[in-house]
Design a protein around this ligand. Structure first.
Ligand SMILES: C[S@@+](CC[C@H](N)C(=O)[O-])C[C@H]1O[C@@H](n2cnc3c(N)ncnc32)[C@H](O)[C@@H]1O
Length: 261
């Protein structure tokens, strides 16, 4: 069983997934909490396909800039294409634990659904702390996968699917320790908001609806379950959806904090 690989196939899947309603809602929540100002220099750690980079470029205007860092060259290629024509956007292929940026050079740092994949979270947080100027704001967002409540007829199979899915990342419940970890990294004024992504409709625009094909694929290919088991689980969910009996919720957590002035 192995962690998700952000290769070309997944890049294409995530690019589609990130245009759906709930992920757009998430970006709106992130932008509101980050509160970027014209002229800000923003660091996006684990920028993925670059949706935040392009949206934040709008917020900071010509006087500001956005730097995207990601470990996946495939992701960065898509992100750079998305930001084409903006000479105030830069991209670097690097690990979140070794950011190729100078000290104290950003007003904001954002890191959405990335640290749950990073083994050494304390080093990643201290790197963002180093990159921010005193008084700068960090925003980290991750999912606590233990908050998933998924209605099913075959509950045992669903429990096995969710247990297998826990292997797709390093930290399935990272938000539980974020407040303490942010303080240990030197941040102050740590705040948290919890956002439920809940739906009674199995539609691609809902977070769980867009994830279902990814779960089915991952648990069969890398999660240690058979194709038949994965398909049986997904088919049951599609049947529940057709009957108007679908229900799934998952809670995602937005933390903001400030580098001491
Ligand atoms: C779930 S995607 C989120 C992308 C983007 N933050 C968003 O929300 O639109 C996770 C991203 O984190 C990147 N990533 C994973 N581990 C990383 C690491 N150690 N350093 C930098 N980026 C990493 C992946 O390549 C991928 O682009």
């Amino acid at each position: 069983m192995s962690q998700l690989e952000f290769d070309q196939r997944l890049v294409q899947q995530l690019e589609r997934l990130y245009t759906t309603r709930d992920v757009r809602r998430r970006r709106g929540l992130v932008r509101a909490a980050l509160d970027a100002r014209p002229g800000d220099r923003i660091l996006d750690v684990g920028c993925g396909p670059g949706f935040y980079v392009t949206e934040l470029l709008e917020a900071v205007g010509r006087e500001g800039s956005v730097v995207g860092v990601d470990i996946s060259a495939d992701m960065l290629a898509v992100a750079a294409k998305r930001a084409a024509g903006h000479d105030n956007a830069r991209f670097y292929e690097a690990d979140a634990t070794a950011l190729p940026v100078p000290d104290a050079s950003f007003e904001r740092a954002v890191c959405v659904q990335v640290l749950e994949y990073v083994r050494d979270v304390p080093t990643a947080l201290s790197e963002m702390h180093r990159a921010l100027r005193p008084g700068g704001r960090v925003l980290v967002w991750d999912v606590d996968w233990a908050t998933v409540s998924w209605h099913a007829i075959d509950q045992q199979l669903t429990r096995r699917v969710l247990a297998a899915w826990d292997n797709h990342l390093t930290h399935p419940s990272l938000p539980r320790t974020f407040a303490a970890q942010l303080r240990s990294a030197g941040f102050e004024d740590v705040r948290m908001d919890a956002h439920a992504f809940a739906t009674t409709e199995l539609i691609p625009d809902a977070y769980s609806g867009s994830l279902l094909p990814l779960l089915e694929q991952y648990v069969a290919e890398q999660g240690g379950m058979s194709q038949e088991e994965a398909k049986a689980w997904a088919d049951e969910q599609r049947e529940l959806g057709d009957r108007g009996e679908f229900f799934c919720t998952v809670t995602q957590f937005c933390f903001t904090a400030t580098r001491r002035s």
